[in-house]
Design a protein around this ligand. Structure first.
Ligand SMILES: C[S@@+](CC[C@H](N)C(=O)[O-])C[C@H]1O[C@@H](n2cnc3c(N)ncnc32)[C@H](O)[C@@H]1O
Ligand code: SF4
Length: 438
């Protein structure tokens, strides 16, 4: 065992499923590409298989339905009844409440005792609502009234999402007030539409109806005057950011090496682990041990992840220049007995950061050297885990594949690259199996 290391199993951060792949609305900001789907509903058998994934969930998110409208699947309420008690605690779904929902089904929804139910509320004004969602005849308003009563009766945790655009900006304060009176949501998220790489036909309308930073500030301050503390503003996407994204589109790389331990499950039971388009394909309906299959895929991805940021040390010189600046290590973990994860901050990186030099971590095991470059993403994420994003530049996060090294002495150091040289400023970690035994 490595000293001071936490041994963990890699699990899924998120299971993002959908029990259908269609919708009864056509919101102008929606990211779904309707031309790409033939309507399909998940079967109860596939839903049973979905629940088998429970052992792979950390204390994480389980979205039963996320991208589409779950109430369109006639079996949806049976699925809620089928949920195991553990899954109920983590599960949630999002609905637009456009479809007719009987009292009985409304009660089944509320008494399911899920982690929470997300309701999308774009407007309380029928004309404005239609302008945003494209729906002429909706059950939304009466569903909302009955949901308010049943959710109180069954103590359901309710959250609300409102998409903020030019089409509802003037009514936002009133929308927030009415939502709070009616539903008392745990959170009311106000979101400006996110942009997606692929244009699904909504781009023109988005450009026209996105709000500028100034407009968002004005609506926000008018709304905050109401004094509700459950508001959450996800408004970083603005008209300005969209324009600059358009200009820089060509420079966005096709793959940015982001790997999420994230399983997306479609209504037909096909699933992707990692990247939503090119990730590892898994059929949750295939015979055999589903958990073992997904675990094996996660394991292989993990090993790949440690390889992705590995760089060659061929022809590099190594120099030690120890720093006296403060530093700290906040996590040493070994995932699946194979991948060493080490995270912390080091003020000694100031020299490198101020000159834009590449920060690296080095593992030395016998004659073998493994050089791991520090991606900005990793450093930002480790900063968020430690100091709420403040000193991300001084943070580091390294992943090393321990294959062949876990029973041999090794060291890990931190440094940067300058003029073809690896300058090592810190000895971060040392393992000597002999020393542990004595
Ligand atoms: C895609 S919908 C699916 C669930 C359901 N049909 C509904 O709208 O409530 C899930 C949530 O994503 C939001 N959404 C839709 N398009 C979005 C976009 N471009 N950026 C961010 N959120 C979006 C919706 O408002 C909704 O709250
Ligand atoms: S209701 Fe949801 S899924 Fe349907 S169009 Fe609107 S945002 Fe998209």
């Amino acid at each position: 065992m490595l000293p001071n290391a936490l041994y963990l199993e890699r699990k899924l951060e998120v299971i993002n499923a959908d029990v259908t792949n269609h919708c009864n609305a056509r919101c102008f900001f929606c990211f779904n590409d309707w031309a790409a789907f033939q309507p399909h509903n998940m079967t109860l058998e596939t839903f049973q298989n979905l629940m088998k994934l429970y052992p792979l969930l950390r204390n994480s998110d389980y979205m039963i339905s996320c991208w589409f409208e779950p109430t369109l699947n006639p079996k949806f309420f049976d699925m809620l009844d089928m949920l195991t008690p553990e899954f109920r605690k983590a599960a949630y779904f999002t609905t637009n409440f456009v479809a007719e929902i009987s009292d009985e089904n409304m009660i089944r929804m509320c008494r399911a005792n899920l982690h929470h139910i997300n309701v999308s509320i774009e407007s309380f004004d029928e004309k404005e609502y239609q302008h945003i969602t494209g729906v002429k005849h909706t059950h939304f308003f009466e569903n909302l009234e009955r949901f308010a009563a049943y959710s109180k009766q069954y103590n359901t945790h309710v959250q609300v999402i409102t998409m903020l655009t030019k089409r509802n900006m003037n009514s936002l304060p009133e929308l927030v007030r009415r939502t709070n009176e009616l539903l008392s949501p745990v959170f009311h998220e106000i979101r400006t539409p996110h942009f997606f790489r692929e244009d699904t036909g909504t781009k023109e309308a988005l450009i026209r109806d996105m709000l500028t930073e100034e407009e968002i500030c004005a609506v926000r301050s008018a709304t905050e005057k109401l004094g509700y503390s459950n508001l959450f503003w996800d408004v970083s996407f603005t008209k300005e950011s969209f324009s600059s994204m358009e200009k820089t589109r060509a420079s966005i790389p096709a793959s940015n090496h982001d790997i999420f331990y994230h399983l997306r499950v479609n209504s037909d039971g096909t699933a992707r682990l990692g990247d939503q388009k090119n990730g590892r394909l898994i059929d949750i309906n295939a015979p055999g041990d589903l958990v073992a299959r997904v675990k094996q895929e996660i394991y292989e991805m993990e090993i790949q992840e440690a390889e992705l940021d590995r760089i060659s040390d061929a022809g590099m010189h190594f120099r030690r220049l120890p720093s006296e600046a403060p530093y700290g290590i906040d996590a040493v973990r070994v995932y699946d007995e194979r991948i060493l994860f080490i995270r912390g901050y080091d003020r000694g990186l100031k020299y490198a950061v101020s000159r834009g030099l590449e920060v690296v971590a080095l593992m030395e095991c016998g004659e073998e050297k493994t050089l791991f470059k520090q991606s900005q993403k990793n450093r930002k994420e480790s900063a968020m885990a430690q100091f709420a994003d403040k000193y991300w530049e001084y943070c580091f996060l390294a992943l090393f594949d321990l294959k062949g090294c876990s029973d041999k002495p090794f060291t890990i150091s931190l440094g940067y690259l300058e003029n073809g040289e690896v300058v090592l400023i810190r000895d971060l970690y040392e393992y000597d199996p002999g020393a542990c035994l004595s």
